[in-house]
Design a protein around this ligand. Structure first.
Ligand code: PLP
Length: 404
C-alpha cells in the first residue's frame, strides 16, 4: 500500500491554494510535478558537481561525467535495455521520435509504407507524415475502434512486405488505452518492419521492459515521469543505432576531426552532439529511483483504483460521454458533456482550483474522428487521492449547473 500522505509531502507544489482553493492537479498527462528528491538532486548537482562532461581532466568534470553516465546505466537497467549505450539522452519524446524519423530517411524508399495508428499524439504522427512527404512513402493509419481499442487482426492486415516502420503509442494521451505493444511488435517483425514506441504516457505508470517488448526504439520524456523538463530518452537497439547516421553534428559526437574527414564517436555519443542536460539526466535517474522505491506495479494498482472511482462518478452525470473506454486503460479520462463546451468547463474548474486540460490534446485527427474539436481530460498520478476526485466532482457539478 502506498502512503499517499507521505508521497504528497514530497511534492511541495501540491500544498498550495489556487484561486483560494486547495490545488487539485489533474493534468499529469501534460506534465507531472516533481518531488523534493528530484529537485534536491538537481540542486546538489549545481551546488557541488556542475561541470561539462567528457571533456575535462579536472575533478569536477570527472564527478559530473561519472554521475551522468551512472544515470544512463540506471535508466538502461530500469527499462531493461541490454547496455547503457542503447540509451540516448534527448530533450524529450518529441526529439527522440524526430531523431529516428530524421536519420531513418536513408532506409525509406518511395514504394515503402510507414504504419501508425489513429490515436497518435502529433509528436508520433507529424514526423512520420513529413518523412513520407520527403521520400514519397505512404503513411498507413490503422484506426482504433470507437472504444479506443486496436484490433490486432486489423493491424496485421495493414502490414505487408512494404512496411518499413511501425510507430505506436504505448498509452494514448487522450483515450488512456494501453496498446498491446508486445503483440504489435511481434506482428511488425513478422512483416520485416522495425517498431518505434512512443512511451511518453507509459513510463511513469506501467512497468516498461524494452527487452520483453522487443521494439527497436522506445521514446519517453522526463517531465512526464516526475523528472525535469528538457530531458528525455531514446532507447534504441544497438544494432540499429550503429547503422544509423548521426542526427546532429558538433562536439561530443566525434572521435576525430580533420578538415577533410570526421570519424564519429561510439554509441551513444554519436547521437549526443553538444553539451548535454546533465542536471536533467541526474533528475531523471532520481525520479526513476523514486518510482522504483514504491514499485511501479503498486503505483499502477493505486492509479487504477483512482481511475475506476473517477469513471464511476463521471458516468453519473447527465449528458456525460467518456471518450475512450478500452478494457486496458491507464488513468487518463477524456469526456464531453452534452451542450457544454470543454473550454468553458476548464475555465470554471480552474476558478475552483482544479487543473485539467481541454482541447484536442495534440491529437487533432483522433479527437475529430469522434466528431469533436475538444474534450475535457483528467489524468491522474500517484499523488492524487479519492478525496480530490470528490472535490473535482463537486466543482464539475457546480460548473455544469452554471453553464446549463
Ligand atoms: N506522445 C504522447 C503520447 C504524449 O502524451 C506527449 C505529450 O503530451 C508527447 C508524445 C510529446 O512529449 P514531449 O512534449 O515531452 O516531447
Amino acid at each position: 500500500m502506498l502512503d499517499i500522505n507521505q508521497i504528497r509531502n514530497d511534492f511541495p507544489i501540491l500544498q498550495q491554494t489556487v484561486n483560494g482553493k486547495p490545488l487539485v492537479y489533474f493534468d499529469n498527462a501534460a506534465t507531472t510535478q516533481k518531488p523534493m528528491q528530484v529537485i534536491d538532486r538537481m540542486s546538489r548537482y549545481y551546488k557541488n558537481e556542475n561541470s561539462n562532461v567528457h571533456r575535462g581532466v579536472h575533478y569536477l568534470s570527472q564527478v559530473a561525467t561519472e554521475a551522468y553516465e551512472a544515470s544512463r546505466t540506471y535508466i538502461a537497467n530500469y527499462i531493461h535495455a541490454s547496455d547503457p549505450s542503447e540509451i540516448v539522452f534527448t530533450r524529450g519524446t518529441t526529439e527522440s521520435i524526430n531523431l529516428v524519423a530524421s536519420v531513418f530517411e536513408s532506409f525509406i524508399k518511395e514504394e515503402d509504407e510507414i504504419v501508425i495508428t489513429s490515436m497518435e499524439h502529433h509528436s508520433n504522427l507529424v514526423p512520420w507524415q513529413q518523412l513520407c512527404f520527403r521520400t514519397g512513402a505512404r503513411l498507413v493509419v490503422v484506426k482504433a475502434s470507437v472504444d479506443g481499442e486496436l484490433d490486432t487482426r486489423e493491424f496485421e492486415k495493414a502490414l505487408n512486405d512494404k512496411t518499413r516502420l511501425v510507430a505506436i503509442a504505448h498509452i494514448s494521451n487522450v483515450l488512456g488505452t494501453i496498446n498491446p505493444v508486445k503483440e504489435i511488435t511481434r506482428l511488425a517483425h513478422a512483416a520485416g518492419s522495425v517498431v518505434v514506441i512512443d512511451g511518453a504516457q507509459a513510463i511513469a505508470h506501467l512497468p516498461v521492459n524494452v527487452a520483453d517488448i522487443d521494439c527497436e526504439f522506445y521514446a519517453f520524456s522526463g517531465h512526464k515521469t516526475y523528472a525535469p523538463m528538457g530531458i528525455g530518452v531514446l532507447y534504441g537497439k544497438k544494432k540499429w543505432l550503429e547503422k544509423l547516421s548521426p542526427y546532429q553534428y558538433g562536439g561530443e559526437m566525434i572521435e576525430s576531426v580533420r578538415f577533410d574527414k570526421t570519424i564519429f564517436n561510439s554509441l551513444p555519443y554519436k547521437f549526443e552532439a553538444g553539451t548535454p542536460n546533465v542536471a536533467g539526466a541526474l533528475g531523471l535517474e532520481e525520479a526513476m529511483r523514486y518510482i522504483a522505491g514504491f514499485g511501479v506495479d503498486e503505483i499502477k494498482q493505486y492509479e487504477d483504483k483512482l481511475m475506476d472511482y473517477a469513471t464511476g462518478e463521471l458516468k453519473k452525470l447527465e449528458g456525460m460521454q467518456i471518450i475512450g473506454t478500452a478494457k486496458q486503460k491507464a488513468a487518463v479520462i477524456s469526456f464531453v458533456i452534452e451542450g457544454i463546451h470543454a473550454y468553458d468547463l476548464g475555465t470554471l474548474l480552474d476558478k475552483m482550483g482544479v487543473a485539467l486540460r481541454t482541447g484536442n490534446h495534440c491529437a487533432q485527427p483522433l479527437v475529430e474522428s469522434y466528431g469533436l474539436t475538444s474534450t475535457v481530460r483528467i489524468s491522474l498520478a500517484m499523488y492524487n487521492t479519492l478525496e480530490e476526485i470528490d472535490i473535482f466532482m463537486g466543482a464539475l457539478q457546480k460548473a455544469v449547473s452554471m453553464l446549463r
